[in-house]
Design a protein around this ligand. Structure first.
Ligand SMILES: C[S@@+](CC[C@H](N)C(=O)[O-])C[C@H]1O[C@@H](n2cnc3c(N)ncnc32)[C@H](O)[C@@H]1O
Length: 269
């Protein structure tokens, strides 16, 4: 019997990069996405405290010095696509395309730029289940279930019952105009361009892993206005424990055109 759950040996539990580095990268990308999408964020801005509001107005005036903020607000179009924002902030972009492996479906590729060793290259989106929570029906024939070291499961399937469950949790947790997570990874118009990590294919003998998974618990101080870009949500609403995210880290420099491969740690028993 082949288990698709991930198995990680004790000795490889160490994180490849620090939580501070992960947080720094996510904040950098999310903030750039937020500023780029400023014209559509007016409902959110009205509920934010004054210092936060003026921080973004300052950021905006640095990026668009000659455009008055009011005029900018009236523009309905984004200046850049999310992929372009990713390229501008991290120096690379990633996207899904037919895998370079035969009959492996889609995979994830570096479409532009260079990914440096140790960079956060992607996020694993999906509903987060504690190990005692029921996932049976969502897990039948589902190749997108990721198992964390502590037994927490993330369902990154963007179809069927998994999609319905994610959407319902997302609606439940919304606070007025403030979204606590991103559900656009379930659509063709993804707001967070990193949220495609569930499509990364497994390494093989001739295709070594060039990325690895790393867990990241969102700290309590995470800016509330940027939570709309987090592609994970808890199956059960829980105010106490932090949201679990999983990110993918580059194990070496990865060039434009290369496909990403991770190690699923498949157990054959
Ligand atoms: C998490 S999904 C990855 C995305 C998938 N390629 C797709 O297009 O939906 C895992 C599934 O991808 C396929 N896959 C992943 N790595 C593979 C490989 N090295 N060779 C063949 N198929 C692979 C298998 O069907 C596996 O069940």
């Amino acid at each position: 019997r082949i288990w698709t759950l991930r198995y990680v040996p004790e000795e490889s539990k160490d994180k490849v990069i620090s939580d501070e580095d992960v947080l720094g990268t996510l904040l950098k990308v999310f903030q750039a996405l937020f500023v780029n999408d400023f014209s559509k964020q007016s409902d959110i801005l009205t509920v934010l405290p004054e210092p936060v509001k003026s921080k973004y107005q300052d950021l905006l005036s640095v990026q668009h010095p000659r455009v008055k903020q009011l005029e900018y607000r009236h523009q309905q179009q984004n200046t850049f696509t999310p992929e372009e924002i990713l390229y501008k902030t991290l120096g690379f972009s990633v996207a899904r395309a037919p895998s370079s492996l035969i009959s492996a479906g889609k995979g994830v590729f570096v479409t532009k730029g260079l990914v440096r060793k140790g960079a956060v290259v992607s996020m694993y989106p999906g509903t987060v289940y504690q190990k005692y929570e029921p996932i049976f029906f969502q897990s039948i024939g589902n190749p997108f279930i990721f198992r964390c070291l502590d037994g927490v499961l993330i369902d990154g399937n963007d179809k069927g019952i998994s999609k319905v469950v994610y959407r319902s949790c997302n609606g439940r947790d919304q606070l007025g105009p403030l979204k606590m997570s991103d559900s656009t990874w379930l659509t063709s118009e993804i707001h967070n361009p990193l949220a495609i990590g569930q499509y990364v294919n497994n390494c093989s003998n001739d295709r070594a892993a060039n990325v690895c998974y790393q867990e990241f618990d969102v700290p309590a101080a995470f800016p509330i206005e940027l939570k709309q870009y987090l592609p994970n949500i808890a199956y059960s609403y829980d105010k106490q424990s932090p949201l679990r995210c999983v990110i993918l880290v580059a194990l070496r420099d990865i060039e434009q055109g290369e496909e990403l491969f991770s190690n699923y740690y498949t157990i054959v028993s």
